[in-house]
Design a protein around this ligand. Sequence first.
Ligand code: SAH
Length: 250
Amino acid sequence: MIALKNITVVLVNTAHPGNIGASARAMKNMGLNRLTLVQPKDFPSGVAVGRAATAVDILDSAIIVDSLEEAVANCGLVICASARPRKIPWPMLNPEEVAKKVTNEMDFTNIALVFGREDSGLSNEELQLGHFHVQIPAEEKYSSLNLAAAVLLICYEIRKATSKKNTDEKEKDNELWDQEFATVQQVEHFYQHLEQVLIDIKFHDPENPRQLMQRMRRLFGRIRLDVMELNILRGILTNIEHSMEDKKLR
Ligand code: SAH
């Protein structure tokens, strides 16, 4: 049994309970067991149980939440699976690169693998919560896989990479970092703080946002702030606020 316990599969707004069951089965086949469902349309469901076969335990322990933000709040690495490229391109990995990243980080941070709706995938706001996107290479005009098939393929790559890592520990040290990565929740608080200060200094007009905050998210998402860096940035923002107040008092 490979310990893939820090990895959560997140299914967003799934319409067909059969896909939830089949995804749970695929996860169990590959040694993953944490499932979070964001507003599933029909769950709990006998159809899901039927398709899960002996992976019912994963359905029983699935966590149900109201938003993707809530589902990934405590995660330091979030990877969103998307069948097609979006308006603002995001750092993109292929399944093998995802697997390598996940196996390098899974011992020291919570990781979420996020999958979208059967009909419309993930919204732009949801995709922007991810540090990376993954696209499974497929036929150009027929690139959308069944949800559970996409889950299986990504989990399979992670399993393969984990087995390889066990025999090849050298690779592990390359990507270790001296600080913990900030979680999604910590970074969300930073974005709120940043947006407020940008408004206060009149750099940002929420009536005419021009994708400023999306671009800030992509910038900081690409860097992947660690906790120390995040605290420094929050400190800078707080000092900007204080010096503005001081000026007002004078
Ligand atoms: N029609 C939707 C695709 C939905 S498929 C769209 O155009 O976005 C349901 C989910 O399975 C997707 O949201 C995605 O998370 C995953 N998926 C399907 N095909 C994929 C692919 N080729 N690469 C990555 N993820 C894929």
